[in-house]
Design a protein around this ligand. Sequence first.
Ligand SMILES: N[C@@H](CCC(=O)N[C@@H](CS)C(=O)NCC(=O)O)C(=O)O
Length: 203
Amino acid sequence: MALTIYGSHSSRTMRTLWMAAELGLDYTHVPYAYDDPKLKQPKFLALNPAGTIPTIVDDGFTLSESLAINLYLAKKYGARVAPPLYPATAEGEAEVWRWTLWGQGHLEPWVQRDALMLDLRTAIGRQADATVADALGVLEGALARRAFLVADHFTVADFNVACVLSPSRVAHIELLGHPRVKAWLRRCYERPAAVAVRKRFAG
Ligand SMILES: N[C@@H](CCC(=O)N[C@@H](CS)C(=O)NCC(=O)O)C(=O)O
Protein backbone atom coordinates (compact mmCIF):
# COMPACT_ATOMS: atom_id res chain seq x y z
CA MET A 1 0.00 0.00 0.00
CA ALA A 2 1.04 3.64 -0.55
CA LEU A 3 -0.76 6.07 1.73
CA THR A 4 -0.28 9.82 1.75
CA ILE A 5 -1.83 11.92 4.49
CA TYR A 6 -2.20 15.64 3.85
CA GLY A 7 -2.60 17.92 6.84
CA SER A 8 -0.80 19.20 9.89
CA HIS A 9 -1.13 17.38 13.19
CA SER A 10 -2.60 20.55 14.70
CA SER A 11 -5.81 20.16 12.71
CA ARG A 12 -8.46 17.50 12.25
CA THR A 13 -5.70 15.56 10.48
CA MET A 14 -4.71 14.40 13.96
CA ARG A 15 -7.69 12.05 13.69
CA THR A 16 -6.19 10.46 10.58
CA LEU A 17 -2.70 10.29 12.06
CA TRP A 18 -4.13 8.63 15.17
CA MET A 19 -6.06 6.11 13.06
CA ALA A 20 -2.92 5.33 11.03
CA ALA A 21 -1.07 4.75 14.31
CA GLU A 22 -3.85 2.46 15.62
CA LEU A 23 -3.60 0.41 12.45
CA GLY A 24 0.19 0.48 12.25
CA LEU A 25 0.07 2.00 8.76
CA ASP A 26 3.11 3.44 7.01
CA TYR A 27 2.44 6.71 5.26
CA THR A 28 3.93 9.77 3.68
CA HIS A 29 2.98 12.89 5.56
CA VAL A 30 2.43 16.24 3.84
CA PRO A 31 1.85 18.50 6.86
CA TYR A 32 -0.05 21.40 5.29
CA ALA A 33 -1.49 23.73 7.93
CA TYR A 34 -5.17 24.71 7.73
CA ASP A 35 -4.18 28.13 6.35
CA ASP A 36 -1.53 26.95 3.90
CA PRO A 37 -2.23 28.69 0.55
CA LYS A 38 -1.44 25.41 -1.22
CA LEU A 39 -4.80 24.06 0.01
CA LYS A 40 -6.53 26.45 -2.37
CA GLN A 41 -4.27 25.84 -5.36
CA PRO A 42 -5.27 23.65 -8.32
CA LYS A 43 -2.98 20.76 -7.45
CA PHE A 44 -4.56 20.23 -4.04
CA LEU A 45 -8.07 21.20 -5.16
CA ALA A 46 -7.86 18.35 -7.68
CA LEU A 47 -7.59 16.04 -4.64
CA ASN A 48 -10.19 17.82 -2.52
CA PRO A 49 -12.32 20.53 -4.14
CA ALA A 50 -13.20 21.82 -0.65
CA GLY A 51 -9.51 22.62 -0.09
CA THR A 52 -9.51 21.20 3.43
CA ILE A 53 -7.42 18.84 5.49
CA PRO A 54 -7.25 16.00 6.21
CA THR A 55 -7.14 14.49 2.76
CA ILE A 56 -5.59 11.16 1.91
CA VAL A 57 -4.50 9.32 -1.19
CA ASP A 58 -4.39 5.57 -0.66
CA ASP A 59 -3.10 3.55 -3.60
CA GLY A 60 -4.54 6.16 -5.97
CA PHE A 61 -7.85 6.46 -4.12
CA THR A 62 -8.45 10.00 -2.83
CA LEU A 63 -10.66 10.82 0.13
CA SER A 64 -11.37 13.79 2.37
CA GLU A 65 -13.56 14.38 5.45
CA SER A 66 -11.81 13.18 8.56
CA LEU A 67 -14.50 10.85 9.84
CA ALA A 68 -15.10 9.32 6.41
CA ILE A 69 -11.35 8.71 6.19
CA ASN A 70 -11.42 6.99 9.57
CA LEU A 71 -14.32 4.78 8.50
CA TYR A 72 -12.51 3.89 5.30
CA LEU A 73 -9.17 3.15 6.91
CA ALA A 74 -10.76 1.19 9.76
CA LYS A 75 -12.88 -0.87 7.35
CA LYS A 76 -10.06 -1.51 4.92
CA TYR A 77 -7.23 -2.14 7.34
CA GLY A 78 -9.04 -2.73 10.66
CA ALA A 79 -8.59 -6.47 10.61
CA ARG A 80 -4.84 -5.94 11.03
CA VAL A 81 -5.41 -5.31 14.70
CA ALA A 82 -7.18 -7.35 17.30
CA PRO A 83 -9.89 -6.82 18.24
CA PRO A 84 -10.73 -5.29 14.83
CA LEU A 85 -11.63 -1.62 14.70
CA TYR A 86 -14.50 -2.16 12.26
CA PRO A 87 -17.44 -4.41 13.16
CA ALA A 88 -18.04 -7.41 10.94
CA THR A 89 -21.85 -7.33 11.01
CA ALA A 90 -24.31 -4.98 9.28
CA GLU A 91 -25.73 -4.13 12.68
CA GLY A 92 -22.30 -3.33 14.10
CA GLU A 93 -21.51 -1.21 11.06
CA ALA A 94 -24.81 0.63 11.45
CA GLU A 95 -23.92 1.46 15.04
CA VAL A 96 -20.58 2.83 13.83
CA TRP A 97 -22.38 5.05 11.30
CA ARG A 98 -24.89 6.13 13.90
CA TRP A 99 -22.21 7.32 16.33
CA THR A 100 -20.15 8.88 13.56
CA LEU A 101 -23.09 10.88 12.23
CA TRP A 102 -24.14 11.84 15.73
CA GLY A 103 -20.62 13.01 16.56
CA GLN A 104 -20.32 15.05 13.40
CA GLY A 105 -23.86 16.37 13.22
CA HIS A 106 -24.89 16.94 16.81
CA LEU A 107 -21.68 17.29 18.73
CA GLU A 108 -18.93 18.81 16.63
CA PRO A 109 -20.71 22.05 15.69
CA TRP A 110 -21.19 22.83 19.36
CA VAL A 111 -17.85 21.75 20.75
CA GLN A 112 -16.22 23.78 18.00
CA ARG A 113 -17.42 26.82 19.89
CA ASP A 114 -14.46 29.13 19.25
CA ALA A 115 -14.76 28.94 15.49
CA LEU A 116 -18.52 29.28 15.79
CA MET A 117 -18.24 32.39 17.96
CA LEU A 118 -15.72 33.90 15.58
CA ASP A 119 -18.11 33.41 12.64
CA LEU A 120 -20.99 34.80 14.69
CA ARG A 121 -18.98 37.80 15.87
CA THR A 122 -17.99 38.60 12.29
CA ALA A 123 -21.58 38.24 11.05
CA ILE A 124 -23.04 40.25 13.93
CA GLY A 125 -20.31 42.87 13.55
CA ARG A 126 -21.14 43.27 9.85
CA GLN A 127 -24.86 43.58 10.61
CA ALA A 128 -24.18 46.06 13.43
CA ASP A 129 -21.92 48.20 11.21
CA ALA A 130 -24.62 48.39 8.54
CA THR A 131 -27.32 49.29 11.07
CA VAL A 132 -25.15 51.95 12.74
CA ALA A 133 -24.25 53.41 9.33
CA ASP A 134 -27.97 53.73 8.49
CA ALA A 135 -28.70 55.39 11.83
CA LEU A 136 -25.79 57.82 11.45
CA GLY A 137 -27.17 58.68 8.01
CA VAL A 138 -30.45 59.67 9.66
CA LEU A 139 -28.58 61.84 12.15
CA GLU A 140 -26.46 63.39 9.39
CA GLY A 141 -29.68 64.31 7.55
CA ALA A 142 -31.22 65.91 10.64
CA LEU A 143 -28.06 67.92 11.26
CA ALA A 144 -28.09 69.23 7.68
CA ARG A 145 -31.13 71.31 8.63
CA ARG A 146 -29.66 72.95 11.75
CA ALA A 147 -26.77 72.75 14.15
CA PHE A 148 -28.68 70.82 16.80
CA LEU A 149 -31.46 68.26 16.67
CA VAL A 150 -34.65 70.07 17.64
CA ALA A 151 -33.61 73.74 17.88
CA ASP A 152 -30.78 76.06 16.94
CA HIS A 153 -29.26 75.38 20.34
CA PHE A 154 -28.34 72.40 22.48
CA THR A 155 -31.34 70.64 24.05
CA VAL A 156 -31.90 67.45 25.95
CA ALA A 157 -32.48 65.75 22.57
CA ASP A 158 -28.85 66.39 21.67
CA PHE A 159 -27.84 65.45 25.18
CA ASN A 160 -29.53 62.04 25.02
CA VAL A 161 -28.37 61.07 21.54
CA ALA A 162 -24.82 62.29 22.27
CA CYS A 163 -24.85 60.21 25.47
CA VAL A 164 -25.56 57.12 23.38
CA LEU A 165 -22.70 58.06 21.04
CA SER A 166 -20.19 58.42 23.88
CA PRO A 167 -16.51 58.86 22.95
CA SER A 168 -15.60 55.34 24.06
CA ARG A 169 -18.27 53.95 21.76
CA VAL A 170 -17.56 56.10 18.73
CA ALA A 171 -13.93 55.10 18.98
CA HIS A 172 -15.08 51.89 17.22
CA ILE A 173 -17.34 53.66 14.74
CA GLU A 174 -16.26 55.16 11.46
CA LEU A 175 -17.59 58.73 11.47
CA LEU A 176 -15.66 60.00 8.46
CA GLY A 177 -18.63 59.52 6.18
CA HIS A 178 -20.76 61.61 8.55
CA PRO A 179 -18.96 64.95 8.98
CA ARG A 180 -21.97 66.75 10.50
CA VAL A 181 -22.40 64.03 13.12
CA LYS A 182 -18.73 64.21 13.93
CA ALA A 183 -18.79 68.04 14.31
CA TRP A 184 -22.04 67.96 16.30
CA LEU A 185 -20.64 65.34 18.68
CA ARG A 186 -17.60 67.53 19.18
CA ARG A 187 -19.88 70.51 19.97
CA CYS A 188 -21.77 68.40 22.50
CA TYR A 189 -18.73 66.95 24.22
CA GLU A 190 -16.88 70.27 24.26
CA ARG A 191 -19.62 71.87 26.34
CA PRO A 192 -18.10 73.09 29.63
CA ALA A 193 -20.33 70.80 31.72
CA ALA A 194 -19.39 67.78 29.64
CA VAL A 195 -15.68 68.57 29.84
CA ALA A 196 -15.86 69.24 33.58
CA VAL A 197 -17.78 66.13 34.52
CA ARG A 198 -15.66 63.89 32.33
CA LYS A 199 -12.53 65.40 33.86
CA ARG A 200 -13.87 64.95 37.37
CA PHE A 201 -14.74 61.31 36.89
CA ALA A 202 -11.91 60.40 34.57
CA GLY A 203 -9.90 57.34 35.31
N1 LIG B 1 -15.66 18.21 8.06
C1 LIG B 1 -14.30 18.30 7.62
C2 LIG B 1 -13.73 19.62 8.04
C3 LIG B 1 -12.36 19.85 7.41
C4 LIG B 1 -11.82 21.20 7.81
O1 LIG B 1 -12.51 22.22 7.85
N2 LIG B 1 -10.51 21.18 8.09
C5 LIG B 1 -9.85 22.40 8.46
C6 LIG B 1 -8.65 22.11 9.33
S1 LIG B 1 -9.12 21.32 10.83
C7 LIG B 1 -9.38 23.08 7.19
O2 LIG B 1 -8.87 22.46 6.31
N3 LIG B 1 -9.58 24.41 7.12
C8 LIG B 1 -9.13 25.18 6.02
C9 LIG B 1 -10.26 25.77 5.25
O3 LIG B 1 -11.43 25.48 5.57
O4 LIG B 1 -9.99 26.55 4.32
C10 LIG B 1 -13.49 17.15 8.22
O5 LIG B 1 -13.89 16.62 9.25
O6 LIG B 1 -12.48 16.78 7.63
